[in-house]
Design a protein around this ligand. Sequence first.
Ligand code: CA
Length: 722
Amino acid sequence: MKNLFYLAILLSLSVTSLAQNEEREYDYMFFENSILPGNYFYSSVNYSEENYVKNSKGKLPVCEKEFFTPPNSLELDYSNGAGNWEAVIQFERIRGNDFFKKSDHLSFWMFNENTKSELLPNVTLSRQRKQRRSDVIISDERSETISIKIYITDKVKNGWKFVKIPLTDFGKFEGLPNNIVFSNSNSKGVGRILIDQMELLPEVSSTPVPVPKKIITEGFELHVDIRWNQLENENVKYVKVYRSEDNKIFKPVGIQRPYFNCFTDFTGDFNKTYYYNISFVDYQYNETEYSKVSKVTTRKMNDQELLDMVQEASFRYYWEGAEPHSGLARENIPGRKNMIASGASGFGIMAIIVGVERGFINREQAIERMLKINSFLESCDKYHGAVSHFIDGPSGKTEPFFGDRDNGGDLVETSFLFQGLLAARQFFDKENEDENKIRESITKLWEAVEWNWYDREKEGKFLTWHWSPDKAWLIDHKLIGWNETMITYILAMASPTYPIDVSMYYNGWASQEERAVKYRKAWGKTDDGSFYTNGNYYHGIKLPVGVANGGPLFFVHYSYMGLNPHKLTDRYTNYFDNNKNIALINWRYCFENPKNYKGMSDTFWGLTASDGPWGYNAIEPKIERDNGTLAPTGALASFPYTPKQSMAALKNMYRKHGKYLWGEYGFKDAVNLEENWHARIYMGLNQAPVTVMIENYRTGLIWNLFMKNEEIMKVCEKLSNK
Ligand code: CA
């Protein structure tokens, strides 16, 4: 019986590793650190009769005083008696982290001051299924329950003991657990232990890992970046970072995954000097010698320096974080290593141009990158010239990450990509072999997109989002505004080779026929704006075009990173004015904060689409669409519309919330302080809008470049004359 479980794990892992043998296999981690102090979002406790488990809002407390890996551990403080208690540590499912290292035991580090052995808890594996985007449990399969006391090994470090339980000892349990359940050991009394680094681990022998040498540190206002040479050693589990204020006593401040080459230490003080060194940790938690020490001082920064800092950090997502075969952007980091997201890649190209102008990289570096990007795009899968949403970097083949139906061309992602490429065609304007080649390649790709093919009915009305060779128009999602897809119509109208007629703007995108009205009502769950035009006031601000309350803020970002909304006026409105009003409505909503969510305010605002406690979701400034999740890109990519409110948000998010919000690529994707939840990822769609829209606010650079394309200006002029 016991071997069944092991076999099931082996089978599930070998199938996935065959199909995707190049994908990164992540550690199957239940707990390493909580990003936020307080309680741990991915936990729950319950108890009955005489039992109790210390908790905060039904979740386990995070302990910052003692930890095995910095900066924290989980506290399990309980009373055993008649009845039972349970403390559940949930597996945190991270987008695109879906291949795992083969494992054969559950392990964790335990700190136990004086709990008697018989009072140490029992442990059970469980696999729960929950309703989508909710905490409602549908089913809960469980393994046998075993006592942890017999699994404490001789391995001890700084008072922490290593606990290692073979998975076969849990009896029949097929597949991977998503919960670890601690419970009453049936012996009366009280106990308190700390738990850290709880995970499924492979059996590995100790393999020598290199000793880190030099590190580079750079001080900013309230944080320090610590960098090392990119590691290509899969026996290194973590990079451990130490800080000292006197160059004598070094304290561990954090751990980093080896696929990053930077750690961000938010110290919270300026004009202060620190010393850093690092070590490497292997899969048996052996630690190497330390690197050389690097000294660094933080400094007060003015507004312009803060803007540079935020722009550069987000730019790095597309520069250092790029998929290496294509030079294009990943969907999210950490996530699928090989998977490119097309739309995010177009945004990334615009961020790279900003990078040259701001001196983050030089022009030659950007040329080299663009040549790589173009050569990849010339040969990757295309569908009547359009690219798919996700592409596998090593092979250039479509990656149907959203399921089998989404295995062909995606016209919206294609338009986001070409927004970037057309800006690049104007930026690389020098007469030399490389830059000529860049322009020619972009023109060739641009002229190959059959925009009018995606007018499925050939009625001159709606563009259709997806098409694939074997599924044809199965998804059949019509592009109907108001939303993020205006750029798709603009580019389709501007195409020099396969254009749609300009009349499709009013017959499709802004259509007022029944089909379009129904579509808007179904998505917006309201009649407001169902005729494209709106005309109502929200929080005292008039909204000429758009859904009620303006919708999520990415509606005013994604299409307008290149397309200058100042230059676009149709029958109904000017789109700079309209976008500005949408941003202001969003800001006033967050200031009012009608659901009284923790953290939301006039300096922490900007509801948009992002990762969240219940997965990726579009959050809107409406009671029924607001769950308290805040994404920094919301306020920061709105800089051209709301410079004062966006600057106030930048300062607040960095200075007051930077400890957990700021990282390797700038602000992390999202936070929900009400739930004490924090994203571990950065998203390709959300980082570049920060860099690019701040630049549009500062100099108009990307707007000017994109609008230099004559075919685009002509379309904007035609629309303005209608
Ligand atoms: Ca820890």
